[in-house]
Design a protein around this ligand. Structure first.
Ligand code: PA5
Length: 463
């Protein structure tokens, strides 16, 4: 496999290209350099202190990777289905991996086309109709359940887990534990305790890696390995991006540059909406992953000194070309409050020439002799061009062919961007007090001991 870098193009944010009013000047960008240097030093200090672990993940040992692959093989042997129970950061990365590297239609494929690997589902939501319908369609003796939760106590994941354990136990008796893998904190939390008590196989999520930064831990890597994704090459891609972005110098670090562009547009130019619009179905789940990473990391009430700031741009995900017929009108002519990121795939892994199976002329005869891949490529180009003419800032990430190496680069690029951007906002990009607050209220409403105080005022369930 030829290993290619992804390219990052940003000239369509510059004043010379999109005009004085909405474009940025190179001076504005380079004026950020000293702040970026300081933010970079902060990230490095946190890394050295062992407080953040995601920066080290691309450099994980080969033995560690081999163990994950080995366990994935062992546990999925003879299984038709792998069901991941997890939510937010414990699910979105794995799903992005499945869709990008295999296909959003992977689970529709025959066993032969899946090369014998099981189907891979992510339960995520706790809508009882969906979850129970799903279980009713599966054979317990052919299902591997992978429970993923860093805290080990998230109500959504743990409720599904209890239902799934009960389902396996009732149907399989003593052998049920062979059908479960728990991926959680190395020592703490209810899931860790249960796994030890019941003898489930486990994999650790490093203490210093939070949910949304955990795709390159067993959280994303184990489900990926279950369906035969080459996780070694994925990490190699991430490593290549880590090396490319080693320097804080904006001229050489595309992740930091992207952070600056988005920060500047939000706080100085009134463009707080950040749209990610891949032109490939296989990257739509990646855009979902990005949306969570961006929203939970940057949306904060307090800054690092505890002052109220209410910071955070809003991430939006769109899909090209589909959303050209849905949201594009707004992006093109609505308020000047967005920065749009296109992700372009140059060569699709499967393309088709558009035929002309008609014996008479129509106005459609311009379509044949082109492939669908060309059509979607032209549509992206045309959209970018039209937005440029309408003075709308865009950046474009180009991927030659979507493979593990490219995706590893992409994951790391955005993790690094968001981490630095968080420091530019002077917030902690690694916590999520708003999410934790919601969790506490839910625990209280569900009657969990110790959480009564959070719901005293809302006991009667009115807002
Ligand atoms: O990014 C995060 O930290 C969150 O989105 C979590 O991943 C999510 O809340 C699930 O938490 P847990 O993995 O503890 O079940």
């Amino acid at each position: 496999m030829k290993k290619r870098g992804i390219s990052y193009e940003y000239h369509t944010i510059l004043k010379d290209i999109i005009g004085e009013k909405h474009g940025l000047s190179m001076d504005e960008i380079t004026a950020y350099q000293s702040r970026v240097d300081a933010a970079h030093r902060t990230l490095m200090e946190w890394k050295e202190a062992g407080e953040i672990g995601f920066l080290d993940l691309p450099f994980s040992s080969e033995a560690w990777v081999r163990d994950i692959v080995q366990k994935a093989r062992e546990k999925s042997k003879g299984m038709e289905t792998c069901l991941v129970l997890g939510i937010g950061g414990s699910s979105l990365g794995g799903k992005a991996l499945r869709d990008a590297i295999k296909s959003p239609l992977y689970n529709e494929m025959s066993q032969e086309r899946r090369r014998g690997f099981p189907r891979l589902y992510f339960a995520e939501n706790i809508d009882p109709e969906t979850f129970m319908t799903f279980l009713s369609l599966r054979m317990p003796n052919k299902t591997l359940v992978v429970a993923i939760s860093k805290s080990g106590g998230t109500a959504e994941t743990m409720s599904q887990f209890l239902i799934a354990v009960d389902w396996l136990k009732r149907n399989l008796g003593n052998t049920y534990a062979n059908h479960i893998v728990a991926i959680t904190d190395p020592k703490e939390g209810p899931l860790r305790g249960i796994a030890e008590e019941e003898g489930f196989d486990t994999l650790d999520i490093p203490k210093n890696v939070g949910g949304r930064f955990s795709v390159l831990t067993p959280v994303g890597l184990f489900p990926a390995a279950v369906i035969g994704i080459d996780i070694k090459t994925l990490l190699e891609g991430a490593r290549a991006m880590a090396k490319r972005c080693e320097t804080p110098n904006l001229a050489d670090n595309p992740a930091y540059l992207n952070a600056v562009i988005h920060h500047c547009y939000d706080v100085k130019r009134g463009k707080p909406l950040s749209v990610m619009m891949p032109y490939a179905d296989s990257l739509l789940s990646f855009a979902d992953w990005y949306r969570q990473l961006y929203a939970e990391s940057l949306g904060k009430r307090l800054d690092r000194q505890g002052r109220e700031v209410f910071s955070g741009p809003t991430p939006i995900r769109a899909l090209g070309a589909t959303d050209q017929h849905s949201q594009l009108q707004l992006y093109m002519e609505g308020p000047f409050n967005k920065v749009i990121t296109f992700i372009r795939v140059e060569h699709f892994r499967w393309d088709v020439e558009i035929p002309y199976p008609l014996s008479y002329q129509t106005s459609l005869d311009y379509l044949p002799n082109h492939t669908l891949g060309q059509l979607i490529g032209f549509e992206q180009f045309a959209t970018a061009h039209a937005l440029k003419n309408n003075h709308r800032p865009t950046v474009t990430i180009k991927i030659e062919t979507l493979d593990e190496y490219a995706l590893g680069q992409l994951f790391y690029f955005y993790e690094l961007q968001v981490a630095l951007q968080g420091v530019l906002y002077n917030v902690n990009p690694f916590d999520q007090p708003g999410v934790e607050w919601g969790k506490k209220l839910t625990y209280g409403l569900m009657g969990r001991k110790g959480y009564e105080k959070y719901v005293e005022k809302i006991r009667n369930k009115t807002l």
